[in-house]
Design a protein around this ligand. Structure first.
Ligand SMILES: *Cc1c(COP(=O)(O)O)cnc(C)c1O
Length: 367
């Protein structure tokens, strides 16, 4: 798709990703940080992101073995954790060969590890369910699971981990409940600890432990709700890592009372100049985006008007009289925070990034 003349691209700012990783490290200076690059590095391109962090990141975390092998085959070395572990016992041979670490979150995985005959020791991260109620052993099972893995000659490093349900709500007590449950389960055990996602790196220093697991913050988005302004990013000293950009391909002047697009959702209240840009929901721009969703033309802020189509969107050019076909349109990036687009679309930036379609070519840039 890179030869496409359609003016749509995702510009990935590799320097921003490095900056954000360093920011995560400096917030948790006594911890090592696994850069979370699952889901193709949240749509930014896992191989390019991992390469940009080579020599910088203490390790990487991915969801599954396919994602890890893509990185290994591209020459990415160092610690690499499978956040969901393996889905069948045969996968342990791949884990062994690729030198991966794996989460062990259930009895089946525990049995597979214990029964394996790997060529080297397997690093196992014991996942505890301290309140997310999704994956993990009950806190009461920790001592037994840990003891069995510790006694197994082909198990190497062990780390105890958990995941927070509400760390993005800094005033909510639930994270403290989870921290307490985790520490009670470990009961002073001498084992590495890993609790913190981005929100906890930023807001819960007591969770930093031995390994943090920053994801969304690497991509320059604050995990906290209501952070759709770049002021909040500056407070977190994060830099947007993606600029999703297209161009105006048509401009028209509509009369008062004329509707725009499917369903006529937006009706002009006065004579209105509108622009049409080459991006739509098939490219990952959210169809749920409301009238008023922020957008920028030639670096100047304006708003989406009319329903998002498969390949096109319409936007308000009021006050942007000099706009011309071909002018760049920023869907999100340094002028338009991805979190603001997400808020106006009832979703989160994580989903926007991971929904970017195959028609969008990526362009990697250094500062
Ligand atoms: C995705 C994921 C993370 C990263 O979360 P962010 O909110 O993106 O920082 C950390 N830990 C686990 C277990 C995850 O699945």
């Amino acid at each position: 798709m890179s030869r496409s003349a359609r003016p749509l691209r995702a510009r990935i700012h590799l320097d921003a990703i490095r900056h954000n990783y360093r920011r995560a490290q400096s917030l948790a200076p006594h911890s090592r940080a696994l850069a979370v690059v699952k889901a193709d590095a949240y749509g930014h391109g896992a191989v390019a992101v991992a390469r940009a962090l080579t020599g910088e990141a203490d390790g990487f975390a991915v969801a599954c073995v396919e994602e890890a092998l893509e990185l290994r085959e591209s020459g990415i070395r160092g610690p690499m954790l499978l956040l969901e572990g393996v889905f069948s016992p045969d996968e342990i041979a791949l884990v062994d060969r690729a030198g991966l670490a794996m989460v062990v979150h259930c009895r089946e995985q525990l049995d597979w590890v214990l029964a394996a005959r790997p060529s080297r020791r397997l690093d196992c991260w014991i996942k505890l369910d301290t309140g997310m109620h999704r994956l993990g052993f009950c806190p009461s099972e920790f001592a037994e699971v840990n003891a069995r893995l510790a006694a197994c000659p082909h198990v190497g490093e062990r780390v105890a981990m958990t995941h927070f349900a509400r760390a993005d709500e800094p005033d909510h007590p639930y994270t403290s409940v989870q921290i307490d449950a985790f520490e009670r389960a470990l009961n002073g055990a001498r084992i590495g600890r890993s609790l913190a996602n981005s929100a906890a790196v930023l807001a819960w220093p007591q969770t930093h432990g031995d390994w943090t697991r920053p994801g969304i913050m690497l991509y320059g988005v604050s995990p906290f709700a209501g952070t759709g302004s770049n002021a909040n990013l500056e407070a977190g000293e994060l830099r947007p890592a993606m600029t999703l950009e297209s161009a105006l391909i048509a401009i028209r002047d509509l009369k008062a009372g004329e509707p725009i697009g499917y369903g006529g959702r937006f009706v002009c209240e006065r004579p209105t100049r509108i622009g049409v840009a080459a991006i739509g929901y098939a490219d990952g721009y959210p169809r749920q985006a409301r009238d008023g969703t922020p957008i920028a033309v030639g670096g100047r802020p304006t708003r989406l008007i009319g329903r998002v189509s498969m390949d096109l969107i319409t936007l308000d050019l009021t006050g942007l009289e000099t706009a011309r076909p071909g002018d760049p349109v920023e869907l999100w990036g340094r002028t338009v925070p991805a979190a603001a687009v997400a808020e106006a679309s009832d979703t989160i930036a994580y989903q926007l990034f991971t929904a970017i379609g195959r028609r969008v070519s990526r362009r990697y840039e250094e500062a």
